[in-house]
Write a protein that binds this ligand. Structure first.
Ligand code: NIG
Ligand code: FE
Length: 420
């Protein structure tokens, strides 16, 4: 593969330096005006002002890509998604608009369990082609790494089917996927009224099996009212850790349960949602190394105003990350640009903080910050170019796709430079 010289970056946001970012560090984007990069074998070989990079001997021989004056970011790292599902839940969306709540729909057998029924009946190839179409949307909106959970199978064969789909997708396209086992999403119908029996099964049989398959790097639990308790979540996550899967957790979304404190005790990679945390939780999270992954798409899609206290978390010094939570129930969007807009207007994060949370801190939440999340020498050449004049316009002009070109490990995976 020849070297590639990328120029035409009006603002090149490198995000160089501290990883992860806390407090004021979230404002530091390491912007190079009229920047350029030299890419070798999929990684960044040199980066800086165009005049300096163009002077390098290798740059003259390199294949040239001129972005024509665009704002360039590290590709988004979307550290919380539920990519594999069989159908939308648009009917529930309409029910909620008419007044039903997310929890009421779940109690009457809809919600996650309706996705479970559909996924169990779906063929692996159909799940794969649906997920592939969604992955193309992720890439088209500037995302180059995602995490995805299983969790709509809730029997071993269907959970494995979901994880195998994720494995197939790694070979079918270029976006990197970190896999998470979410066997403890909710109690499946077979174990209704016997949650501890289900936890036993997941802990003793499924987790060792999944770990041996090598198909999941992380283990997650939905710890909330209507799902699993802190004690049950602890059993599952400890079993995952014993088997070599690092913990992450859905915490404090609908009710405050103590799940965030559990994440801290277990040194989880991240605690996600956090809408219902209190002041003490904020202080404890800020003093920990757990990424606080905020998912404002959920409140937006559910029509709720109770966003997570992003401002307080950042000001206290927590490691705040942003993700889509792409899933058919609470946040059906693959668009991190929209998540930035929501973070800014609904959670009062600045555009700079939101970008750092969606790139380098997302990478940290997946324990991949050594390779992705910033544009620095030695890291993957994962980048996205946006058709705006200033990075703040990405969240400002909301609800449209500004992305025009995406590179993953130096390969162009999306190119719409011709369109405006
Ligand atoms: O992150 N709350 C639990 N899990 C998902 C929702 C899944 C669903 O409704 O299908 C979430 O919001
Ligand atoms: Fe989720």
């Amino acid at each position: 593969m020849p070297d590639i010289l990328v120029t035409g970056c009006t603002q090149l946001l490198t995000l160089r330096g501290a990883a992860p970012r806390r407090g004021r560090e979230l404002q530091e984007l390491g912007i190079v005006r009229d920047g350029a990069l030299l890419i070798r074998d999929g990684s960044i070989h040199a980066i800086g002002p165009r005049k300096k990079i163009e002077r390098l001997g290798e740059a003259r021989r390199a294949k040239k890509i001129d972005l024509g004056g665009r704002v360039v970011l590290p590709g988004f790292v979307d550290s919380h998604t539920h990519l594999v599902f069989a159908a939308s839940r648009a009917a529930e969306y309409e029910m909620r608009i008419a007044g039903a709540t997310y929890e009421k729909i779940a109690q009457s057998g809809g919600g996650i369990l309706s996705s479970v029924r559909k996924l169990r009946g779906a063929h692996r190839d159909d799940l794969k082609s649906r997920a592939l179409a969604h992955l193309r949307q992720f890439a088209a909106h500037g995302t180059t790494t995602i995490e995805s959970k299983s969790g709509y199978g809730l029997d071993l064969a269907s959970e494995m089917k979901s994880l195998e789909v994720l494995q197939d997708l790694r070979h079918a396209q270029r976006v990197d996927i970190a896999s998470t086992f979410l066997g403890a999403h909710v109690v499946p119908p077979e174990y209704r009224g016997r949650p501890d029996d289900y936890v036993d099964l997941v802990e003793r049989i499924w987790i060792p099996f999944v770990a041996r398959s090598g198909l999941a790097q992380f283990c997650d639990v939905y710890c909330d009212r209507g799902a699993f308790t802190v004690a049950q979540a602890q059993r599952i996550l400890l079993a995952g850790m014993m088997a070599g899967m690092a913990p992450r957790i859905h915490a404090e979304q609908l009710a405050r349960t103590g799940a965030a404190r559990l994440a801290i005790r277990l040194r989880a990679a991240s605690a996600d949602h956090l809408e219902k945390i209190n002041r003490g939780d904020i202080r404890a999270l800020a003093a920990s190394d757990v990424a606080c992954t905020l998912l404002p798409g959920c409140c937006f899609h559910l029509g709720l105003a109770n966003h997570a206290p992003a401002r307080e978390l950042i000001d206290a010094g927590a490691i705040v990350a942003l993700a889509t939570d792409f899933n058919p129930g609470t946040s059906p969007t693959a668009n991190m640009q929209m998540v930035l807009s929501l973070a800014c207007t609904q959670m009062r994060m600045t555009p700079a903080e939101a970008i750092a949370a969606a790139t380098i801190n997302g990478a940290y939440a997946l324990r991949r910050h050594e390779r992705v999340g910033s544009l620095e020498v030695g890291k993957f050449a994962d980048l996205a170019a946006f058709d705006v004049e200033d990075y703040r316009e990405i969240p400002y002009y909301f609800g449209v796709n500004h992305c025009r070109l995406v590179m993953k490990r130096g390969a162009v995976i999306y190119d719409q430079r011709g369109s405006n």
